[in-house]
Design a protein around this ligand. Structure first.
Ligand code: DGL
Length: 272
């Protein structure tokens, strides 16, 4: 049994593209619909109740395209509303959380930095992660105000973004962390810049690949994978992009993050 319907992916903005890249790598045949709620980005400084109202609308929009599974490619939305989404809708929903568990398993000196949004760091789900998996490790959390906005503006290879990153990362270097968790999907899009500042002795971990694996497993377990053509032919998956934001602004960032015609054809859907 197979299912040709698309996978729906959403984020507060373009950050979920870091997760979509991993999903595309693992599942080249699947069609994907991506929604960037850029008109309401960042989520990380908003009231969780507002975030839940938005993601209910976004999930409903994706479901109108008959998506077979939704990926909340946003730590903040998952922390604020994953349980709520799963109670509201019946299709499989894969969410994400900062990779505290693998970081605790990989640190040698027991000092871990976690970069994430304010809502994520304040959430019960995050505190429960720490309780369950951090053990005796020292966790230093860093909310990163302003960083998501720089990625949304396409200011990725930009000296002012590097300066902002240094402000967030210098205290972690001084504290001697040997492992850094990127707990927001926008941050892996700045991975080369972050790695250049931290140097080779700090291991950087994000959840994108683990989420892609989980998506593949859930599709398989539920007989929802798209049949890649019985005769062995490749049937490359297609992508469609939507945003609540201004097309020129979101299009600029998308052109950097997902080069090609599909993202260039991004359409506006405000979902009021
Ligand atoms: N990309 C999101 C995350 O993973 C949220 C960023 C934001 O909107 O504040 O947390």
């Amino acid at each position: 049994m197979s299912n040709p319907n698309p996978i729906g992916i959403f984020d507060s903005g373009v950050g979920g593209i870091s997760v979509m890249k991993e999903i595309r790598r693992l599942l080249p045949d699947e069609d994907i619909i991506y929604y960037a709620d850029s008109a309401h980005c960042p989520y990380g400084t908003k009231d969780p109740a507002f975030i839940r109202r938005r993601i209910k609308k976004v999930a409903g929009f994706l479901i109108s395209f008959k998506v077979k599974l939704i990926v909340a490619a946003c730590n903040t939305a998952s922390i604020a509303g994953l349980d709520f989404l799963r109670h509201t809708f019946t299709l499989p929903i894969v969410g994400m959380e900062p990779a505290v568990k693998p970081a605790a398993a990989s640190t040698k000196n027991g000092k871990i930095g976690v970069m994430a949004t304010g809502v994520t760091l304040a959430g019960d789900r995050f505190h429960s992660l720490i309780r369950r998996f951090a053990g005796n490790t020292e966790i230093i959390t860093v909310p990163c105000p302003g960083l998501v906005e720089r990625v949304e503006a396409g200011l990725i290879n930009d000296p002012a973004t590097d300066d902002l990153l240094r402000n967030f990362l210098d205290p972690l270097l001084s504290a001697g962390v040997d492992t850094l968790v990127l707990g927001c999907t926008h941050y892996p899009l700045l991975q080369p810049q972050i790695a250049a500042i931290l140097g080779p002795d700090v291991t950087i971990i994000d959840s994108g690949a683990a989420v892609a694996n989980r998506v593949a497993t859930v599709l398989k377990e539920n007989n929802l994978l798209k049949d890649p053509a019985g005769d062995g032919r490749e049937t490359p998956g297609k992508e469609m992009f939507f945003t609540s934001g201004e097309l020129t602004d979101v299009g600029r960032a998308m052109a950097i993050l997902w080069p090609g015609k599909a993202a260039a054809a991004i359409k506006q859907a405000e979902l009021r």
